[in-house]
Design a binder for this molecule. Structure first.
Ligand SMILES: [Zn+2]
Length: 328
C-alpha cells in the first residue's frame, strides 16, 4: 500500500539539531493527522477508576450518555498505559540496535535519561509522540490525542456492583509482616466492568512520522494484553479490533459511534458491524483520495506497520539520521 510521502512527517522536518546534538522538536503544524477507529473488548475484570472511593470500597467511573448509564474509560488512562508500553519496546529495540544500555543511549542522543512521568527528556521518540514538559525549560505538545469512551453495554448489565447478581468484587490487602492480626479492614470491595464489555475508541496522532504510527500500533496491541486500570497486573485485559484508519480527521465522535451501534442493533447487527458499516470515506476529513482504509484494507495497512521488523527498520533509519547530523 503506497502512501504518498507528504502524509507522514519526515524526520528532518521535526528534529532540530544544534552542533550535531538533537536539541529540540519543531512544532510546525501542517494539518497532517493519522486517525485510528475501533472497539476494545474486555477479556477480564476491568476497574476504570479515576476518582477517590470510600476508604475500603472503589467504584467504577460512570456517566449517563444517550439516556443510558455507562462505564467510562477516560482518555488519560488509555494514553498512560500505551505510553509506558511504547517506552518499553523503544528502549528494548534501541538497546538491541546500539548494543548499549538505554540509559547510555538516551544520555548520548537525547542529553539525559528519560523516565515516565516526571523526568522526561522532551526530544526522544516517546516524548515526541506523547508530549513532555520540563518546567522552566521546554515543553512539547502531545501528538497523540485520546478521547474518553463509554461502554456500549449499559452499566446495569456490564458492571458488577452491590445491586447486580455478582455483587462487588472482594480484594484482600496483604500485610508485609505475616504475624500481624488480620481484621475486616484488610478487605476491600470493588466494582468492576465484566468481561465482554465493548468500548469504541478513536485515537489521533497529529503530524505523525512513520515511526510514530508503527510504534503506536504495536504499543496499542501490547498494552491491551498487559492490562489497564487499578490492580492492572492481573486485570483490565482487552482485545481490540481496528475498524478503520485514515490520514485525515474524523468528522464523528465516540458518542456518534455509540449511536451507530444503537441503530445497527435495531437492525439486528452486532456492534462491530454497526460501526464498520457507517465508516466511509465521507466521515473523515481527507484532502487526498485513497486516504481512508476500511475492511480488508485496514488489515493490510495495520499489518504492514505493526510488526517489530517494520519498527526496527524505521528505528534503524532514525539512528542513521542522528549519526548523519552528528557529522554535519
Ligand atoms: Zn523522552
Amino acid at each position: 500500500m503506497n502512501i504518498t510521502k507528504n502524509r507522514f512527517r519526515p524526520l528532518d522536518d521535526e528534529l532540530i539539531f544544534e552542533k550535531g546534538k538533537l536539541k529540540n522538536l519543531n512544532p510546525i503544524f501542517k494539518g497532517r493527522v493519522f486517525t485510528v477507529v475501533g472497539i476494545r473488548r474486555t477479556t477480564s475484570r476491568f476497574m476504570p477508576v479515576s476518582h477517590l472511593g470510600f476508604s475500603n470500597e472503589s467504584y467504577v467511573d460512570k456517566d449517563t450518555v444517550l439516556g443510558e448509564k455507562r462505564a467510562v474509560f477516560i482518555g488519560r488512562k488509555q494514553k498512560a498505559i500505551e505510553r509506558r508500553m511504547h517506552m518499553k519496546i523503544l528502549r528494548r529495540e534501541f538497546e538491541n540496535l546500539y548494543g548499549k544500555s538505554w540509559k547510555d543511549i538516551w544520555k548520548e542522543n537525547f542529553t539525559m535519561e528519560c523516565e515516565i512521568p516526571n523526568n522526561l527528556c522532551v526530544v526522544c521518540p516517546n516524548c515526541s509522540l506523547f508530549g513532555a514538559l520540563r518546567a522552566g525549560e521546554h515543553a512539547w505538545y502531545s501528538k497523540s490525542r485520546y478521547f474518553d469512551t463509554y461502554s456500549i453495554e449499559p452499566a446495569s448489565t456490564c458492571i458488577a456492583s452491590k445491586e447486580s447478581d455478582e455483587g462487588m468484587g472482594l480484594g484482600n490487602q496483604v500485610y508485609e509482616s505475616p504475624e500481624e492480626a488480620r481484621g475486616a479492614e484488610t478487605f476491600f470491595y470493588y466494582e468492576y466492568v465484566k468481561p465482554n464489555t465493548h468500548f469504541p475508541f478513536i485515537t489521533m496522532i497529529l503530524e505523525p512520522t512513520e515511526l510514530d504510527v508503527s510504534g503506536y500500533l504495536i504499543a496499542h496491541s501490547l498494552a491491551n494484553k498487559q492490562g489497564f486500570g487499578q490492580y492492572s497486573a492481573v486485570q483490565g485485559k482487552f482485545d481490540s479490533k481496528i475498524l478503520g484508519v485514515a490520514l485525515g480527521y474524523p468528522k464523528f465522535s465516540v458518542v456518534d459511534m455509540l449511536n451507530w451501534v444503537k441503530e445497527g442493533k435495531e437492525e439486528g447487527k452486532d456492534c462491530y458491524t454497526g460501526i464498520a458499516e457507517r465508516l466511509t470515506a465521507d466521515v473523515f476529513l481527507c484532502e487526498e483520495e485513497n486516504s481512508v482504509f476500511l475492511g480488508e484494507n485496514v488489515n493490510t495497512f495495520v499489518g504492514e506497520r505493526s510488526t517489530f521488523e517494520k519498527f526496527r527498520s524505521l528505528l534503524t533509519k532514525y539512528k542513521s539520521f542522528l549519526e548523519e547530523k552528528k557529522k554535519e
